[in-house]
Design a protein around this ligand. Structure first.
Ligand code: FAD
Length: 510
């Protein structure tokens, strides 16, 4: 299929003029100029930018064609869209071309995963547009599983690798960006490059956490290991933040085999509010809780999980769990636990998604804020925010859990706060679909205020899933990595064609 697009040029007033000449691109997949509405939106629901066209590639060749095509135009940009689960328009391309990576995965004639020998054991080659939930299902049929996950798996491989990909396994294996050994990337120059630690390593490390700036990930080699059958999923509650952090940090610094396999945590309101309070802690609706047991307005839930195989007798699992829990200082009678399959555990957020879709809050705006906050600042963060302006809850989870810096490869594009331990803080706000838009704006402003207070008080933190509207913001974010980031951009996408929704670089006119 030969697709033609006119040249489009922005004049100084940002209106669009059409140039007379046409350029063409040779596609095996499809290009759609009309049904592009979904690509103008994202999960955040805060921004909208319509593309000129959406390409559904049928193979890698189409991605090369689109990028080469854009590079011949004066000003077209190209955004890979994973599942559009960004918050701030990062996967959009205003008047440019969006490549629908999910359809790249589903249209591909290649199998979704291909077994291969990794450097240190098993690995699978995975399509960059695949959803992690599909990767899970396919791997488990072979008795295998990736080691490092996100909480929610309706995200694409290329989308999370462009950020980091964190969850309760990160303390042990590092983020998802630490769990791939090779990538196939189509750069902004239109070249297809295989890269790894040992081959084209500057591209490999810049693409990991690189916010889509250097190339489109078409394939990733993901480390896998034997999949466990079952999981004991456990939550316990603390009234003191210092005791919660002490126990969480103790768990994440223990050797494998002497701790749980998953460690997370969240803050909740000491009330029976169904969304923000105790009902968000119980793992089974029949489990009993007593909000009067503590006078603290907010409490802290440590969430852990232990993997086991069906062959393990339950007393072995019970005794390992009891031994570990016995060393923690949570409040009496606040132990909630269930056993479930490994797949059900990893897909646990899917149930929440189904419910949220049914009551409309999945599609309402999500002014989320994600941060990495250093251990040195986390108590102040708790005092300034969880105990004050967030004490009544945010209509969704407020995650806070520690991870180890040593598990991150600092050669990637992800930037971290100082210190050996830092916390993931995620304010995952859900809003009422019938709420006035001013309420959503207030929440965006509240996020902004939180960041201002963090800066004013000298907290050591970095934005995760960062978004800034000007170069100064990005310079500050990257700190001494900025000049390297700019150098990689000039090497791999010198015309700044890729991922314009991140608002880092201006498209260079050709
Ligand atoms: P998109 O939002 O579509 O794209 C994100 C960026 O990556 C864009 O700039 C895009 O152009 C670029 N991109 C997309 N695909 C590619 C590719 N193949 N190659 C190069 N660049 C590409 N994150 C966590 O770390 N842990 C979590 O537990 C977690 N849970 C989440 C739960 C929900 C409900 C949501 C909405 C998000 C969650 N996230 C989590 C955030 C998530 O990692 C990011 O939103 C990420 O962008 C992945 O989403 P996506 O695949 O839809 O990518």
């Amino acid at each position: 299929m030969i697709a033609y697009l006119e040249h489009f040029v922005h004049d100084n007033n940002d209106s669009i003029e059409q140039e007379s000449s046409q350029i063409s691109m040779d596609l095996e997949g499809t290009i759609d100029y009309r049904s592009t509405g979904y690509a103008a939106k994202d999960f955040g629901g805060l921004h909208s930018s319509s593309p000129l066209a959406v390409v559904k590639p049928s193979g890698h060749h189409d991605i090369v064609s689109v990028i080469k095509f854009a590079s011949q135009s004066p000003n077209l940009t190209v955004a890979a869209r994973g599942n559009g689960h960004s918050i701030n328009g990062q996967s959009m391309s205003r008047n440019g071309i969006v490549i629908d990576m999910k359809s790249f995965s589903s249209n591909s004639s290649e199998p979704l995963i291909v077994m291969c020998n990794g450097d240190d054991g098993y690995a699978v080659d995975v399509n960059g547009g695949a959803l992690w939930e599909d990767v899970l299902i396919q791997c488990v049929t072979k008795g295998l599983s990736p080691r490092s996950w996100t909480d929610y798996l309706g995200l694409t491989v290329g989308g999370t690798l462009s950020n980091a990909g964190v969850s309760g396994q990160t303390f042990r294996y590092g983020p998802q960006t630490s769990n791939v050994t090779e990538l196939e990337v189509v750069t902004g120059n239109g070249d297809t490059v295989i890269c790894s630690d040992g081959q084209n390593s500057d591209l490999f490390f810049s693409v990991l956490g690189g916010l889509g700036q250097f190339g489109i990930i078409t394939r990733a080699r993901v480390i896998v290991q034997p999949a466990p059958d079952m999981v004991r999923w456990i939550r316990v509650v603390y009234s003191e933040f210092s005791e919660f952090t002490q126990d969480a940090e103790w768990l994440i610094t223990r050797e494998e085999g002497e701790s749980f396999d998953y460690v997370e945590g969240f803050v909740f309101v000491n009330s029976d509010d169904p969304v923000n309070g105790w009902p968000s802690v119980v793992l089974d609706p029949d489990q009993f809780y007593d909000p009067t047991r503590s006078e603290s307005p907010v409490l802290y839930c440590l969430e852990v999980a232990l993997h086991y195989s069906k062959g393990n007798c339950s007393s072995t699992v019970d005794s390992k769990v009891e031994k570990l829990l016995g060393q923690l200082g949570f409040m009496d009678d606040t132990l909630f636990q269930v056993d479930l399959t490994y797949v059900d555990f990893l897909l646990r957020v899917k149930q929440a998604e189904i419910q949220a879709k049914a009551n409309g809050i999945w599609d309402a705006p999500h002014p989320w804020l994600n941060l990495f906050v250093s251990k040195s600042s986390i108590e102040d963060f708790d005092r300034s925010f969880f105990k004050k302006i967030l004490k009544d809850g945010i209509g969704g989870p407020m995650l806070v859990y520690p991870i180890l810096r040593t598990k991150w490869d600092e050669r990637t594009s992800v930037v971290l706060p100082e210190g050996d331990i830092f916390y993931i803080v995620a304010l995952l706000r859900f809003t009422n679909p019938y709420q006035k838009s001013t309420c959503v704006r207030d929440l965006v402003l509240q996020n902004h205020d939180i960041l201002q207070v963090c800066v004013r008080n000298g907290f050591d933190f970095k934005l995760y899933l960062p978004h800034y509207n000007n170069e100064d913001g990005w310079k500050q974010h990257f700190g001494d990595r900025w000049s390297w980031f700019v150098e990689m951009k000039s090497r791999y996408d010198p015309m700044a064609i890729l991922a314009p929704g991140q608002k880092i670089f201006e498209r260079q006119r050709s």
